[in-house]
Design a protein. Structure first.
Length: 300
């Protein structure tokens, strides 16, 4: 394994895809990423080359014996199909979250990866930010009384990104990672088509029956921002703890983690915990979507 090199292809060259190409071409010295070699990228648009990286067709990427792994950075809607194609072709897969827009698809893909003995890695850079790492330290060992996580951002095209519980799954991942397993008690969604405005409100209970609320709000010109209000028996946390900037970029940290998995350097326990968290969040996202899409109950 020490000298093993894994040929990779980047599929989709939006913001994330371009960051992936950059990081694959400039791995951190002496990091697991040095075992990844970029063999090209796939895009529907025609670029020719990006820096030294050459554009190749999807067919060639799937067929190539040189390519062992795919980095999928396409729009959310096409993740499922693209993961399936690369797993079927016997490649390892790194995909940006959410891995799929339905829980059923996610479970099927995970099973497929396990049957083929391939790594399926879902990027969760939201857990790698210094801000989050500090928050997690701050919350550790405290008893929650109640809490709210409120996210605002600009408008998304839901045909591409999926229902807000899926496109916003980074927030759900935070809550599960901070407070353990959650149950959805209710979820609603308000939409103002004319104003291009949407607000999803989800109420959860922790295993200790404590209430948590997640609000995902999007509209024109809304600043991308997270607000927290977590109350513990010892007091409330309303601002993020101060955090230094990380020396290593988030995509690079994620890429190193993927490379570690390919090299067999991540423990079975860690892999199992990660699998549980990812699939659990997708299961919850689906429950939330079902709640929000139920026809209004009419009280007579």
């Amino acid at each position: 394994q020490i000298n093993k090199m894994f040929g990779t292809v980047v599929v989709g060259v939006g913001i994330a895809g371009l960051a992936r190409i950059r990081d694959l071409m400039n791995p951190m010295p002496s990091s697991p990423s040095e075992h990844l070699k970029l063999c090209g990228f796939v895009s529907r648009r025609s670029f020719g080359n990006i820096n030294e990286a050459k554009q190749i067709s999807l067919e060639d990427a799937l067929r190539s014996k040189e390519i062992h792994a795919a980095f999928i950075s396409t729009e959310n809607r096409s993740h499922e199909e693209t993961i399936r194609m690369f797993l079927e072709a016997g490649k390892h897969v790194l995909v940006e979250y959410p891995m799929a827009l339905s829980a059923k698809a996610a479970h099927e893909l995970w099973e497929m990866a396990e049957q083929k003995d391939k790594i399926l890695h879902v990027e969760h850079i939201e857990l790698l930010t210094e801000e989050y790492k500090q928050l997690k330290k701050e919350v550790a060992g405290k008893d929650l009384v109640k809490g709210t996580l409120h996210f605002t951002g600009s408008v998304l095209d839901e045909n591409k990104t999926g229902f807000p519980a899926f496109s916003g799954i980074a927030r759900l991942t935070w809550l599960i990672d901070l407070f353990g397993d959650l149950t959805v008690t209710s979820a609603t969604r308000e939409k103002q088509k004319d104003k291009n405005y949407s607000r999803m409100t989800v109420h959860f209970q922790t295993a200790n029956k404590k209430p948590l609320t997640w609000i995902e709000e999007r509209g024109p010109g809304m600043r991308r921002e997270k607000k927290i209000n977590f109350c513990f028996t010892s007091g409330c946390l309303e601002n993020f703890p101060q955090a230094p900037r990380s020396a290593v970029g988030l995509f690079m940290q994620d890429q190193n983690l993927f490379a570690k998995k390919l090299l067999g350097q991540v423990s079975k326990e860690e892999l199992a915990a990660e699998k549980w968290r990812i699939l659990r969040c997708l299961d919850l996202a689906e429950v939330i979507q079902q709640h929000c899409e139920q026809p209004e109950k009419i009280c007579s």
